[in-house]
Ligand binder design. Sequence first.
Ligand code: ZN
Length: 90
Amino acid sequence: MIASNVSYLCPVCGYPGLEEPPYDEVGCSSFGVCPSCGTQFGYDDATSAHADLRKLWISKGMLWWSKAQASPSGWDPVKQLQAVEKRINI
Ligand SMILES: [Zn+2]
C-alpha cells in the first residue's frame, strides 16, 4: 500500500509535516527547509548537530520560521519538541 499523505518529522524541532524526508535511505539530504525551525537539511546541519540547532531554536523562542507557509492551527512547539526528544532519546 502506498501512502500518499506521508509526512516526515524534523529531527531538529520535531515538526511532523515535512513533505520530504530530511534524509533519504542512503543518507542524502533533501536540502529542504523545515518551515517550523528553518533548518535546511544538508546545509545548516552539515556544520551543527541537530541537538545544537534545536537548542538554538529554543533559545530564540521557538518561533515559526516560514513566512510563506503559515503555522498549522493549534501549532504547539513545546508538544512538538517533546515528540522529537522522545524519539531521539536525548
Ligand atoms: Zn524543524
